[in-house]
Design a protein around this ligand. Structure first.
Ligand SMILES: Cc1ncc(C[n+]2csc(CCOP(=O)(O)OP(=O)(O)O)c2C)c(N)n1
Ligand SMILES: [Mg+2]
Length: 269
C-alpha cells in the first residue's frame, strides 16, 4: 500500500476515533490523533499479521504502551478486520470489551495489557528476547508516549535490549511534546531523545511522525542493534483547534467543536 492510500486510511481512522470519543464522552483524543499515522502504517503496511488468526505464532508483535490511546488502536484493529467495525460504538459502554485501556484477554489483536505507563517496552523486550531464544522470526514493535519515557522502567528495558543485541525490536516514541496537564519542557524534559538512546547503544532515526513517506521506511528499517524511532508528532494532529494544546490530552469536544472537527477531517478525505 502506497503513502497516499495509507494517508487516506489514517484520515478515516481519525474521523471514526473523533466520533467514538464524542459519543462515549471520554477518551484521550490528543494522543490518539498524534499516533494514528504510525498505527496505520504498522497495520496496513508493515506488520505481518492475520486478523483471522490473531494468535498466529509467526505474527509480528505490536505493543501500544501508551494504552490510554486505546480507542485509536480499536478503530485501527476494526478497520483491519480483527473486530467488527460496528463494535466501535460500544467503546466504554457497560459490558463492552473495548475498555479505556486495551485488554489482551478480551480484544483479538491486542498483544498485551497496557495502561500503567512504563510497562509496554519492558514487555516488548521480553517478546524480542523470546524470539531470539526460540529462533522465531517475528519482529516486535512498541509505541510509547514521550511523557511516558520519564518512567525509569523504560530505561532498564533500553539497557537490556542493548545488552541482548535485540535487532528484532523497534521502539517508536510518539514525541508530541506534551504529557498530561503540561508540556514536557515544563516538567521532566527528556528532549533531545536521540543522544540518550544513542548513549545506550541503540540505533536512532528521527522522523516526522505524521508523514507517511517518512514513517514507512523508518518502520521497515532493519539493522544490527535495537532501533528507536523518535517520531516528531503533533498532539491533536489533523484538528486545528486541538493541535499542540495541552487541555486536549483528554478533553471531550462540545457539540460545536465536534461539528468543526468533523468538517475539517471530512474535508481532508
Ligand atoms: C504509571 C502511570 N502514571 C500515570 C498515568 C496517568 N496518565 C495517563 S496518560 C498520561 C500522560 C502521558 O503522556 P505521554 O506519554 O506523553 O502520552 P501522549 O502525549 O501520547 O498522550 C498520564 C500521566 C498512567 N496511565 N500510568
Ligand atoms: Mg506526549
Amino acid at each position: 500500500m502506497d503513502p497516499t492510500e495509507l494517508e487516506r486510511i489514517a484520515r478515516q481512522i481519525r474521523l471514526r476515533d473523533l466520533q467514538a470519543v464524542f459519543e462515549a464522552g471520554a477518551g484521550h483524543i490528543g494522543g490518539e490523533m498524534s499516533v494514528i499515522d504510525i498505527l496505520t502504517a504498522l497495520y496496513f503496511r508493515v506488520l505481518n499479521v492475520w486478523p483471522d488468526q490473531p494468535k498466529h505464532p509467526d505474527r509480528d508483535r505490536f505493543v501500544l504502551s501508551k494504552g490510554h490511546t486505546a480507542c485509536a488502536l480499536y478503530v485501527t484493529l476494526a478497520k483491519r478486520g480483527f473486530i467488527p467495525e460496528d463494535e466501535i460504538s460500544t467503546f466504554l459502554q457497560p459490558h463492552s470489551r473495548l475498555n479505556g485501556h486495551p485488554n489482551c484477554n478480551k480484544v483479538p489483536g491486542v498483544e498485551t495489557n497496557t495502561g500503567p505507563l512504563g510497562h509496554g517496552l519492558p514487555v516488548a523486550v521480553g517478546m524480542a528476547i523470546a524470539a531470539k531464544l526460540s529462533g522465531a522470526k517475528y519482529h516486535t514493535y512498541v509505541v510509547t508516549g514521550d511523557g511516558e519515557m520519564q518512567e525509569g522502567s523504560n530505561w532498564e528495558a533500553i539497557m537490556a535490549a542493548a545488552q541482548f543485541k535485540l535487532d528484532n525490536l523497534t521502539l517508536v516514541i510518539d514525541h508530541n511534546r506534551f504529557q498530561q496537564g503540561a508540556a514536557l519542557a515544563e516538567t521532566n524534559d527528556l528532549a533531545p531523545l536521540r543522544p540518550k538512546l544513542e548513549a545506550f547503544d541503540w540505533e536512532v532515526s528521527e522522523i516526522n511522525g505524521n508523514n507517511m513517506s517518512e514513517i514507512v521506511p523508518a518502520l521497515e528499517h532493519r539493522g544490527s542493534r535495537p532501533h528507536c524511532i523518535v517520531a516528531h508528532t503533533n498532539k491533536g494532529h489533523g484538528i486545528s483547534f486541538m493541535q499542540d494544546r495541552v487541555d486536549w490530552h483528554h478533553k471531550v469536544p462540545s457539540k460545536e467543536q465536534y461539528e468543526i472537527a468533523l468538517a475539517e477531517l471530512s474535508e481532508a478525505l
